[in-house]
Every structure is written in structure tokens, then in C-alpha cells.
Design a protein around this ligand. Structure first.
Ligand code: GTP
Length: 657
């Protein structure tokens, strides 16, 4: 019913539409806000969780590496202490024979079997006085070595940890730990134990630092002494100063940086053994250690992305459905406006109704939902007065007009027309009725009063014309009759004869049947006129005509040929047959008593007969012959019938009998 509302109803409907649209927009805006908050919270949570897990992961790594750094430092300390003990014992036997020294050093070597590469004693001049294993057959000079010069110049009884040294002959790397030999407080040489760096490498590798991790022992001077991986590549190299190398730095701590040598991001913990001038640094790869955390973070991000996409998809669908709803709303609005304009401006009156039914569903009345201005103009009803009222109430009638017709239109859905004259209005209407939806129907009133009036005028004109036409036709028929008939007897006249004879002859010739002419004439008719008057003569003429007419067939031609002369044309009849027939007529006439004005009289007739093909082959000839035969009958005494002779008779005049 959206397209069929009146002012009030349309306005209400439009308001409802606009309210619904605004409410929908507000709802969608709130929903968007809610979604934005959800998304914001989601991503803030993701960032926070990821950051927390990263920090927690890093803290775990830091703790682990700090523990490892302590462990590795303790290991180095114990190793160095063990070596120092061996060095101290060795130097106390430095002047002893090699066999004694070997015996003294043996338990220590056994203890450090996997670590010790060489044990040596160097005298104050730098000459190696004892070495195991023996490195060379010739006395070896070691006075240029770092450990020697360090002790020679240092003049302190300290364990010296030298930089890694590559063996000149063995090409093996070693770490030199040495102590000075002091005699009377004077430098008297050096005792040395060279450790294999692999001893530390193996220990470091057992910690499982992973592919990118690195455990290192670094001298305070920056040289790499031990590295858990790619030892040969880095050993002896001086690396960039690290935080722990700072003299003011704490002895243990952690730091994170991208390694200078391989670019790996490591979270390192260190433990500095200041007494040896070395630092143990444990640095696993952050990426490797946080791989699980990162995987978890990625999963979290993927889940958040999926949730966000889902939310965006839902929003998009919502937006689209809202747009569609808006488009539909706009279309309805435009349609409503168009309808309203049409409804308000159309020249036909329109009334919209709702069928009212009783409890059993029977139509009992109808409510006037609304009418347009044209309806007001046409019917004189105020739209505000009738709108919303029942038909009986609005029109002040007992029965709602046309209820049955309207109910049928609503029931069947088929439109119909009603032609009706509203007497109080003195107007004729054609009412178009249709049902736009169940229970409603619309009536469109077309005022046809003017058309009806004009039609009535046209009908009257037409009737008059028709009458005149009939009169003309009648006159024409009369005229035609008069032209071809004798006015007194109503028998055909000579004009008719002239028109029809050629046709009759042509037909007879074609069909091969005879045609006979009979010319009859009343005997001494002049006397009748003279004795009884002209009117009596007319009566006689009429009576004779009547008898002749009764004696002839439809196909015969009977005409009044002259004053008291009659000509009969008898197709299909031979002259003899005609003569007999005419003779019988003659007798009938002779025996007929004619009454007129109290008078009784009788007349006789004479007749001549001539026929085709016996007497002639054309009408003119037969007329002449029949006239001659009549003449002969008159001459023969009247009251008789004479047959034409085959020859043209003598036309000498014969006087009356
Ligand atoms: N009453 C009347 N008389 C007519 C009419 N037409 C012709 N007559 C008369 O018919 C008469 C014919 O007379 P005639 O020709 O002399 O012939 P007749 O008197 O019949 O004599 P025969 O023919 O020789 O027997 C005339 O007196 C005409 O006036 C008519 O229509 N009405």
C-alpha cells in the first residue's frame, strides 16, 4: 500500500521511513564505533602481548646466558687455578732434572690431560730448559714470546694469560698460562703451560647454544681466545671493544647487539675474570632463542589479521546492505514523491479504501483511507471530512455504495468499471476500480457528464438523420413505383414495359421458350363514362385490373397500356394457350357484376393474341400484331379473343360495332 497513501498517510509513512533510516544509520555508526574499539583493543592487546612475550623471552635468555656465563667463568677459573697450581709446583722444581720435573708434573698433566698441549720451563735468558713434549732437538729460544717479556718486564709473581699463539711447527693454536721463576726476588725464567683452546670449545659446545649462538673467551686486550663455533676463523682476532671491556664496567652483566663479525643479533651475558684479564661471553642468537616466541607472536598476528579481516568483511557487508537499504529507501522516497505529485495533481478524482469485514470475513462496509483534490472538486466532499470514515458515515447512506462490486474486485484482483449517474450531483461518472493489495481498493472517478450530454446530442442528431434518410428512401421507392406504375390501377405502365420487354425477349430466346402478348380492351367504355360518370369508369377499370391481376402469374407482366387497354406479356405460354386463358378471363369479366353508387353494371372485353416465335421475333412486331388482332376482335363484334394472323393484317380502319 506504500504507493497509495494520501497526504496524511504519506507523510506518516515518509516520517517512518526517515526515522527508520536515521535509526539504522545511528545503529550502524555505533556498530562501527564498537568494531573500531574491538579492533583497537585487539591490536593493542596483540602488540602488548607480543612485547611482553618478547621481553619475557629476552629475560629468560638473559637469565640463561648469565648462568652460563657464570658457569663458563667458573670453569675457566677452575682450569686456570689448576694450571696455576701446576705452574707453581713446576717452578719449585725448575732446577731439578727433567725426570724429577716430569714426575712432579705428571699428576697435574693427568688432571689436565685433555687441556694441556705443552709444559715448559724457560730460563732467564729465554732458553727452553724443559719441555714436554719435547718440541725440538735443538735448544729453543722463547725469549721473544709474550709470556716471557710480560714476566721479564712485569717483575710480579702473577699468573699471566697470554694471547692465543699458533704453533710454529704444529700450527696448532694454544693459550699460554705462565708464572715467573723468581730467585731472591729476581726474574729467573718462566714456567709455562700451553692449553688447547679446544678444551674450552668442547665445554662451550656442550651448552647447546645453537647455530647462531657463540660462547667466547676474550682477553682484556680484545683478542678472541676461544670461540664455540668457527674457532679457527676467529681465534686471535681482535674484536671491537665491548661493554665489559670498559674498566668501569661491572664484572658481570648482559648486553644486546648485532655482532660485528657475523651480524647476528645476540643477547650476551659476560663474566669477567679480572685476575686473569679474560672475560667469558655467552651470546645465543636472539632470533634462535626467541624462535618459539616469534612463532607464537606470528600466530597471534595471523589470528588478529584474520579476526580483523573478518570484522572488516562484516563491516563491508553491513555497509553494503545499508547502502542497498538506503538506495531502496531513496527509490521508495522518490516513488512516494512522484506518486504524491501525481495523486495531488491528476484531473481524475481518486479515492482509496479499505474493505471492512465482519467476524465471518464478509464485506460489510469500507473505510475511506483518503481522497485527492480532484475528488473534492468532482464530488464536493471535503477530503478531511471523509478521510478515515466509513462509507456509510461519510456519504450519510444506509448501504455502502457499490459494496458488492468493490468486494468482488478485492476478492478476484480483477479491475472493473462502473458507469453511474449521481443524481444529487447531476453528474455522470465512469469509475475505474482496482485493488492494489488485499483488503484495499482504489476508485478513479472520470467525470463524463459533458461527454454523455454531447453523446445524447449526437444520438438525437443521428436519429433525426436516420428518420430523414428513411423518408427519402421511402419517397424514392414511391417515386420509383410511380414512375413504373399506373396511378389508378397500380398495374405496371408502359415505361416499365419498355424497360422489361428487351430483357424478357432475350431470356426467352436464350432459354428457347415462347412469349405471348395479349392486348385486352374494355368494350364501349366511353359509354360507361358517358352514362355513369368518369368515377364509375374508374371503378370499372379497377375491377377489370383486379380480375386480370388475379388471372396472371408472378412471372407475367400485366400493364395498363392505354386508357382502357391492358397488355399481358406471358413468358412460357404459346399463343393458343394464351388465347384460351384470355377467353376464360373474358368470360369471367362478362359474368362479373360491378357495383358502384347503387348501380350494377357489367362490361365485356375484347382481346388480341400474338406470340413469339409463332408470329414474330421482336416486341415491336408483336405489339403491332397484337394490336391488329384486338382490332380484329373489335371488328368481329367485341367480347371475343382474336389470334393474330401470321401475316400483318390489313390496317384499313374498321368502325365500332
Ligand atoms: N373513367 C375513365 N375513362 C377513361 C379513362 N381512360 C380513357 N377513358 C375513356 O375511355 C373511352 C374510350 O373510348 P373509345 O376509345 O372511343 O372506345 P370505346 O368506347 O371503349 O369503344 P370500343 O373500344 O370501340 O369498344 C374514352 O371515353 C376515354 O375518355 C380513365 O382512366 N377513366
Amino acid at each position: 500500500m506504500a504507493g497509495f497513501k494520501t497526504d496524511q498517510y504519506q507523510n506518516q509513512a515518509m516520517d517512518k521511513l526517515e526515522d527508520a533510516s536515521a535509526a539504522r544509520r545511528r545503529l550502524v555508526q555505533r556498530f562501527y564505533l564498537f568494531l573500531a574499539l574491538c579492533l583497537g583493543t585487539l591490536w593493542a592487546s596483540v602488540v602488548w602481548i607480543n612485547r611482553q612475550s618478547e621481553q619475557q623471552g629476552l629475560e629468560d635468555v638473559r637469565r640463561e646466558t648469565a648462568a652460563l656465563a657464570l658457569l663458563f667463568a667458573t670453569h675457566a677459573d677452575i682450569t686456570f687455578r689448576t694450571v696455576d697450581l701446576a705452574l707453581k709446583e713446576l717452578r719449585s722444581y725448575s732446577d731439578s732434572p727433567p725426570e724429577v720435573i716430569s714426575q712432579v708434573i705428571a699428576p697435574h698433566q693427568e688432571l689436565l690431560a685433555k687441556a694441556v698441549l705443552q709444559t715448559a720451563i724457560v730460563d732467564a735468558q729465554g732458553m727452553v730448559t724443559y719441555s714436554t713434549p719435547i718440541s725440538a732437538s735443538q735448544p729453543t729460544y722463547a725469549g721473544d714470546r709474550e709470556f716471557f717479556t710480560a714476566h721479564q718486564n712485569g717483575n710480579q709473581d702473577l699468573l699471566f694469560v697470554g694471547r692465543p699463539v699458533k704453533g710454529r711447527v704444529s700450527s696448532m693454536w694454544s693459550i699460554h698460562l705462565s708464572r715467573p721463576i723468581l730467585k731472591d726476588g729476581q726474574f729467573a725464567g718462566v714456567v709455562l703451560i700451553a692449553l688447547n683452546p679446544d678444551y674450552f670449545v668442547n665445554f662451550y659446545q656442550s651448552a647447546g647454544l645453537g647455530h647462531g649462538g657463540a660462547a667466547r673467551m676474550i682477553r682484556d686486550t680484545g683478542e678472541v681466545m676461544v670461540r664455540s663455533s668457527e674457532q679457527d676463523k676467529y681465534i686471535g682476532k681482535v674484536i671491537k671493544p665491548s661493554p665489559y671491556a670498559d674498566p668501569g664496567a661491572p664484572l658481570q652483566g648482559s648486553f644486546r647487539r648485532h655482532a660485528q663479525v657475523d651480524g647476528v643479533d645476540r643477547l650476551s651475558s659476560y663474566h669477567r675474570l679480572a685476575q686473569y684479564g679474560v672475560t667469558v661471553v655467552i651470546g645465543p642468537s636472539v632470533d634462535e632463542r626467541l624462535a618459539t616466541v616469534r612463532a607464537y607472536q606470528r600466530q597471534l598476528i595471523v589470528a588478529a589479521i584474520l579476526i580483523s579481516l573478518l570484522v572488516i568483511l562484516i563491516s563491508w557487508l553491513l555497509r553494503r546492505s545499508m547502502l542497498r537499504a538506503d538506495v531502496t529507501h531513496l527509490a521508495i522516497e522518490q516513488s512516494e514523491r512522484k506518486f504524491r505529485l501525481l495523486f495531488e495533481t491528476m484531473s481524475e478524482g481518486v479515492a482509496l479504501h479499505r474493505l471492512v469485514k465482519d467476524a465471518q470475513g464478509r464485506p460489510v462496509n469500507y473505510e475511506i483511507v483518503g481522497v485527492n483534490p480532484a475528488f473534492e472538486r468532482q464530488t464536493g466532499f471535503d477530503r478531511r471530512a471523509v478521510s478515515g470514515k466509513l462509507a456509510t458515515e461519510a456519504y450519510a447512506v444506509a448501504e455502502p455504495p457499490f459494496l458488492d462490486i468493490y468486494a468482488e474486485v478485492v476478492r478476484s484482483g480483477k479491475p472493473t468499471y462502473i458507469e453511474h449517474r449521481f443524481e444529487p450531483l447531476k453528474k455522470d461518472f465512469v469509475i475505474q476500480v482496482f485493488s492494489p493489495d488485499p483488503d484495499h481498493f482504489a476508485t478513479v472517478f472520470a467525470d463524463v457528464t459533458q461527454e454523455k450530454y454531447m453523446q445524447a446530442l449526437r444520438d438525437a442528431d443521428h436519429q433525426k438523420l436516420e428518420q430523414q434518410y428513411q423518408e427519402i428512401v421511402q419517397l424514392q421507392a414511391q417515386l420509383h413505383h410511380q414512375v413504373l406504375h399506373d396511378p389508378l390501377t397500380q398495374l405496371h405502365n408502359r415505361r416499365f414495359l419498355n424497360e422489361s420487354l428487351p430483357r424478357e425477349f432475350a431470356r426467352a430466346k436464350r432459354a428457347g421458350y415462347p412469349v405471348t402478348f395479349v392486348m385486352a380492351d374494355i368494350d364501349r367504355f366511353k359509354r360507361v363514362n358517358d352514362n355513369y360518370g368518369h368515377a364509375c369508369g374508374d371503378v370499372v377499370l379497377l375491377k377489370i385490373s383486379e380480375i386480370l391481376k388475379e388471372s396472371t402469374r408472378e412471372s407475367d407482366i400485366l400493364c395498363r397500356f392505354g386508357g382502357e387497354e391492358f397488355l399481358m406479356v406471358l413468358p412460357g405460354m404459346t399463343p393458343e394457350q394464351a388465347r384460351k386463358k384470355m377467353d376464360a378471363i373474358r368470360q369471367i369479366i362478362a359474368a362479373t357484376v360491378i357495383e358502384h353508387a347503387g348501380l350494377s353494371l357489367s362490361v365485356t372485353i375484347s382481346a388480341g393474341v400474338a406470340g413469339y416465335p409463332l408470329h414474330g421475333s421482336d416486341a415491336e412486331t408483336l405489339l403491332t400484331l397484337v394490336d391488329d388482332a384486338l382490332y380484329e376482335a373489335k371488328n368481329g363484334g367485341r367480347d371475343r379473343v382474336a389470334m393474330a394472323s401470321s401475316k400483318a393484317p390489313d390496317r384499313s380502319p374498321v368502325g365500332p360495332a
